[in-house]
Design a binder for this molecule. Structure first.
Ligand SMILES: [Zn+2]
Length: 163
């Protein structure tokens, strides 16, 4: 935390308290350079930032909106409610945060979106998978479709395909 008085990069925490039923962390800080004291308030859930490792290796802050947009795009014109889309995005974010991951590869988020969509809508799942897995040829795409259809028929036969 930067000193607001002299701009020094490092300041010392001299006291930490929680407020608002533990949802706010109040920190009393002191600058070792100019002895300026100040107080910061942070939301408890933002104490740990979640970052996404992109394909090119760069990092960006996790954005639930981005996940939401990705899911929405896959669900366009399908009978999927906004609530289902928001629930899935929230589930993914909560899962990543509760696992205490500081950084997560974008491919891992994609995998979780895929898993979630599979339960919600098969067409949305295939749409998303085709982008995420970057099917390089028509054959691998067709294999995936065939696998899906096979699974569906397995369900219809009552063994759920998992016996
Ligand atoms: Zn200072």
């Amino acid at each position: 935390m930067r000193c607001p008085s002299c701009g020094a990069m490092e300041t010392r925490v001299i006291e930490t308290r929680t407020a608002g039923e533990g949802r706010i962390i109040r920190r009393r800080r002191e600058c070792p350079d100019c002895s300026h004291r100040f107080t910061t308030y942070e939301k408890a859930e933002e104490k740990r930032t979640l970052r996404v490792i992109k394909k090119d290796g760069s990092r960006e802050t996790f954005s639930r909106d981005k996940v939401l947009r990705g899911i929405s795009r896959a669900c366009e014109k399908l009978p999927v409610s906004l609530e289902q889309i928001e629930d899935l995005a929230a589930k993914i974010e909560d899962g990543l945060r509760s696992e205490g991951l500081g950084e997560v590869p974008v491919s891992e988020i994609g995998r979780r979106v895929m898993e979630g969509l599979r339960e919600i809508n098969q067409v949305a799942y295939v749409r998303f998978a085709s982008v995420y897995r970057e099917f390089t040829d028509l054959q691998s795409f067709q294999q995936e479709i065939a696998r899906l259809i096979g699974e569906k028929e397995g369900n219809r036969n009552g063994n759920g395909g998992k016996s």
